[in-house]
Design a protein around this ligand. Structure first.
Ligand SMILES: [Fe+2]
Length: 349
């Protein structure tokens, strides 16, 4: 199929298009060039949300609506190129969730998978299928598809995390199911750390077989992630495009920790500037430590800890770290890889 030709409009053609529209028909030749493009074309724009600007709005939302009434008190990080679509990229959702001291975000479950990346506060919990995990800044917590989950904050401080979900993917496939829990809080079925003891130490119960594609580990604590980055930074030269970069894995399969969302953590040494890189997975970044800037296409995004920014599909990105910096990121890479669609390009070639 040619992608270049654009048929010239003529009165006869226009009349024909109008006539067939009544029969739910349309001419592909009028649309083909916009559908089968020579390279990715996305309405998604590069954008950054500075935490210092967003936090006051989050706290105002805290006075406006309770976590219980809202079900989830979340401000959507909506891509300026995707207004009204509740998306940060075409395939992914991002939001900042606030839970105040004493509050509970009630139990429910849905087919959408969620990750939490902890931004501020420590000691609140997420419960997944009857087990609580305490969340600390930089922790990567998963609530797998169709698992019961609720959140609670028994501390004295507000707690904020980034919610990353595959809502647009599930919407594309018309595969959304959801139900509320019978009680606001799940009954605790197992003590905290039970899950980590079973699955997070390169061990698994002897007869256990994975029943789902999501990792059996549901909290990847930042303390351990940071330790890995530290050791790598001492032992190897940084990759020219990524610095020291790791992906979160499902220990049962070696695949990504979630079937629809790939999550990554990278360390950029102080003063390090990466070579340009682009890939087909539009990516959401969170600055965890350090400050710096990222050039995305011809835009410069300057970040400091807790800022969130987005790099659209196939946009060239290069990062420069003023101090030693750590960036968390997530994208739809597992989906693209399984469909054979993923492409990347290192440098300016
Ligand atoms: Fe949820």
């Amino acid at each position: 199929m040619a992608t270049e030709a654009i048929a010239a409009p003529t009165p006869e053609r226009e009349a024909f298009y109008e006539k067939i529209a009544g029969s739910n028909l349309a001419p592909l030749w009028e649309r083909l060039h916009g559908l089968v493009t020579a390279q990715p074309v996305t309405p998604c724009l590069p954008a950054i949300w500075h935490y210092r600007d967003v936090r006051p709005y989050l706290m105002q939302a805290g006075g406006l609506i309770s976590a219980e009434e809202a079900t989830r008190r979340v401000l959507i990080l909506e891509n300026p190129g995707l207004k009204g679509q509740t998306s940060i990229t075409h395939s992914l959702f991002a939001g900042l969730q606030l839970i105040l001291p004493g509050e509970v975000a009630p139990a429910h479950r849905h087919t959408q998978s969620a990750l939490r990346f902890i931004i501020e506060g420590k000691g609140a919990y997420t419960a997944v299928d009857g087990e609580r995990t305490t969340m600390r800044p930089g922790d990567f917590v998963i609530t797998p598809s169709w698992t019961w989950h609720d959140h609670g904050n028994d501390t004295q401080e507000p707690m904020v995390w980034l919610d990353g979900l595959d809502i647009p993917i599930v919407r594309l496939l018309d595969a959304s199911f959801a139900e509320p829990g019978e009680a606001e809080m799940q009954a605790v079925a197992r003590p905290e750390s039970d899950n980590a003891a079973r699955f997070a130490n390169n061990l698994a119960p002897v007869d256990w077989q994975p029943a789902v594609k999501t990792s059996p580990v549901f909290n990847y604590p930042y303390a351990r992630t940071r330790e890995s980055l530290d050791v790598l930074a001492r032992n190897e030269d940084p990759d020219p495009c990524h610095g020291h970069k790791l992906r979160y894995v499902n220990p049962a399969s070696g695949d990504f920790a979630m079937p629809t969302i790939g999550a990554f953590i990278q360390l950029l040494p102080k003063g390090f500037a990466t070579r340009p890189y682009r890939s087909t997975d539009g990516t959401v970044f969170v600055a965890v430590e350090g400050s710096g800037e990222s050039r995305v296409g011809d835009q410069i995004l300057r970040w400091e800890p807790r800022d969130v920014f987005v790099v659209p599909s196939w946009a060239r990105v290069s990062h420069q770290a003023s101090d030693e910096a750590v960036l968390f990121s997530y994208s739809d890479r597992p989906v693209q890889q399984k469909l054979g669609l993923f492409r990347e390009q290192r440098g300016n070639a």
